[in-house]
Design a protein around this ligand. Structure first.
Ligand SMILES: [Zn+2]
Length: 424
């Protein structure tokens, strides 16, 4: 091992500390964001014991606690990304990993991704489809939960469910070959197979179910911008009911049109992407309390794209922005999500800045990436706030992120589950 590598390893060892049961850590916060009240408090202390916050208040003392001085920082709860893909890297579209990478290698990539996401301030993620990576997402989640590695809290969906010819069904292969290779999702074309797929995923240990209610970009009609509807209301209902029986929620990939409407009408817990959400769908989402994870940055045109593709993506981006503004006005439950994995891991701040650019207040972006994320995950009593009894998931940044969202480009301190993962 050469010296630079040794130095990096040593610095990692020194900076990361596993929480010890009964051991206390006292954090002195210069500014503390109350994510639920959307207010900032000055000079507040946070006492952590094991993996929980046990006290929040002024001038706390503890004889045995080690002190962390964040008196010149803004402290807030660890962020929640409602839409990630740790089993993907941005190079996925040219070579589907299900065909070109071993699942062992993809598990290692997923572990690396989880780590990058954590270091960028996200202490909880909802990983929405592993795209055929066997059970890599479950393995990484379990290894982190067992304390083998530092990582974010991960809620996983395992394999998603789609239809023949739809999103996540490989294209261009000779039919003979196509039938013989693993697809990027479970392909189910009738209610019986859909129910079986959910039971199968549950047995493997997933936390929730991901379905594809519309097709992907290649299915969008470039004249009308209509997306392919993949499921009827009845099919969505069948899956939502089966998932519910096991205590699981359903997240639906949906761009717009009748596919998105059917998903909301069929009772899904969240809509993912929603590029083209009209007033009718948004009104139904408000009525049903459906969450929306917009993931807007990922639809920007790729570098080096053809002129036609750039035009196509620019139209999508413009429509997406309109959907976002309409949803804000209507009071849809907008939950922060990036679709990271389709873009580089660790760059969640890009989506935060986009939301502000589109008219959301920085404090509301913070709310959507903390309190709203906790609501989505049904963990409002444990996640998304710095409060007594909550998980000790705490981050700190320079400046005032509640006024300038760019503060999230650089994260100075990360504590997850009481473990100090980063302390610059
Ligand atoms: Zn996605």
């Amino acid at each position: 091992m050469n010296h630079p590598k040794l130095l990096i390893l040593l610095s990692v060892l020194l900076l990361t500390t596993f929480a010890v049961q009964g051991q206390q850590i006292l954090i002195r916060a210069g500014r503390l964001i109350d994510t639920n009240q959307k207010t900032v408090k000055k000079n507040v202390d946070i006492l952590v014991e094991g993996n929980r916050i046990i006290k929040v208040g002024k001038n706390l003392e503890s004889a045995s606690a080690s002190i962390i001085d964040l008196s010149n920082k803004t402290v807030l709860p660890g962020l929640i990304d409602g839409h990630t893909h740790i089993c993907l890297t941005p190079d996925y579209s040219s070579n589907p990993p299900v065909l070109y990478k071993t699942n062992t290698y993809r598990t290692m990539e997923a572990f690396k991704a989880a780590k990058q996401i954590l270091m960028s301030g996200f202490t909880t993620i909802r990983d929405v489809d592993n795209e055929g990576a066997d059970m890599a997402d479950i393995a990484v989640r379990d290894a982190i939960n067992k304390g083998m590695f530092f990582g974010p809290r991960i809620f996983v969906s395992g394999w998603a469910i789609s239809i023949t010819g739809g999103h996540m069904n490989l294209t261009g292969l000779r039919p003979f070959i196509d039938k013989k290779v693993e697809q990027l999702a479970i392909i189910a074309d009738n209610p019986n197979d859909m129910v079986a797929a959910i039971r199968d995923q549950r047995k493997s240990g997933v936390d929730f179910i991901k379905i594809y209610a519309t097709g992907t970009l290649r299915h969008i009609n470039r004249e009308t911008m209509e997306s392919l509807s993949q499921l009827s209301i009845e099919e969505v209902e069948v899956m939502v009911n089966e998932a519910r029986r096991w205590g699981m929620d359903v997240a639906a990939h949906a761009y717009g049109g009748s596919g998105a409407y059917n998903a909301v009408k069929g009772g899904v817990h969240s809509l993912e992407h929603g590029l083209f959400l009209d007033d009718k769908i948004l009104a139904l989402m408000v009525k049903n309390g459906t969450f929306w994870c917009p993931t807007m940055t990922v639809y920007l045109p790729d570098e080096g794209a053809s002129k036609a593709d750039i035009r196509f993506h620019n139209r999508i981006v413009a429509e997406h922005k309109k959907s976002f503004r309409r949803a804000m006005k209507k009071g849809v439950k907008i939950v922060f999500g990036t679709d990271i994995g389709s873009m580089p891991h660790g760059e969640g701040w890009r989506e935060m800045e986009r939301m502000v650019n589109y008219g959301m207040l920085p404090m509301d972006v913070i709310y959507s990436a903390t309190v709203m994320g906790a609501k989505l995950l049904r963990k409002t009593d444990e996640l998304g706030q710095i409060k007594e009894g909550y998980f000790a998931d705490i981050i700190a940044v320079d400046g005032n992120p509640d006024e300038n969202i760019k503060a999230f480009r650089s994260i100075d301190f990360v504590m997850v589950n009481g473990n100090i993962a980063k302390n610059d």
